[in-house]
Ligand binder design. Structure first.
Ligand SMILES: [Fe+2]
Ligand SMILES: [Fe+2]
Length: 236
């Protein structure tokens, strides 16, 4: 059982993680194209850009989380966090298929998605998170998961509904599975992570998780289209 002091420390450090998560939401709200995805006013090209870049990082979620979990488990440290990482690897399985299906319904074939240029943010995201998963502090991956799921619970479900209400993108009613599903699932996932992370009292592990949360919050807005709608990065 935790002492009063430990449990306060747990709540306090998770509040710092929430601050990083709120920072990510604010950064997304401040980015012109990201804001338009979640308020439903994005054009078809900008929405496809978002889904394609998301595909190129989300396809690695299961190996990133799973390998971190297995490495932590083998170390014998923080068994509850190792289990959480392995559980989350399972939860993320197949989510890239929602993206491919949404993109197909927007007219993007699988091979076009595969060969589309990845933004520097996607390379930074996968590079950093594979590093912590395979070689750095494996629990750090939870910082990334926390801020992304927090963003999802805050913006994804509402974003899907607004895209449908605006209906400016042809076939949009068949192309919001990724957003809608995450909006529905990630509220519970954030609450579960917060509850488990409150039990983590090791300051170095807390620092590693917070550092990854901050790295991801800095990198993530870069997955959205930059510049004006005509100055986009993607070649179809
Ligand atoms: Fe997911
Ligand atoms: Fe989730």
């Amino acid at each position: 059982m935790q002492t009063q002091t430990e449990s306060q420390a747990g709540t306090q450090w998770v509040a710092l993680l929430d601050e990083e998560a709120r920072g990510l939401v604010a950064a997304v709200d401040a980015h012109p194209d990201a804001r338009r995805v979640f308020n439903g006013t994005i054009d078809a090209e900008g929405y496809a850009h978002y889904l394609i870049q998301t595909y190129h990082y989300a396809r690695w979620s299961t190996p990133i989380l799973g390998e971190a979990g297995e490495r932590l488990k083998q170390s014998g440290r923080h068994p509850e966090l190792a289990e959480l990482l392995i559980q989350k690897a399972g939860e993320e399985q197949g989510h890239e298929k929602w993206l491919l299906s949404d993109l197909k319904n927007l007219g993007w074939h699988h091979d076009q998605v595969e060969t589309a240029r990845r933004s520097p943010a996607v390379d930074a995201y996968t590079g950093w998170n594979f590093f912590t998963s395979r070689s750095g502090v494996p629990t750090a991956v939870l910082g990334t998961a926390y801020v992304l799921e927090y963003l999802s619970q805050t913006r994804a479900g509402v974003g899907a509904e607004r895209l449908l209400a605006t209906a400016a993108i042809p076939n949009i009613h068949k192309s919001v599975t990724f957003l809608r599903s995450h909006g529905a699932l990630d509220g519970d996932h954030v609450a579960e992570m917060a509850r488990i992370l409150e039990g983590l009292t090791d300051p170095e592990e807390q620092a590693a998780i917070l550092f990854s949360a901050r790295a991801t919050r800095s990198i993530y807005p870069g997955i959205f289209r930059e510049g004006t709608p005509s100055g986009h990065l993607l070649a179809k």
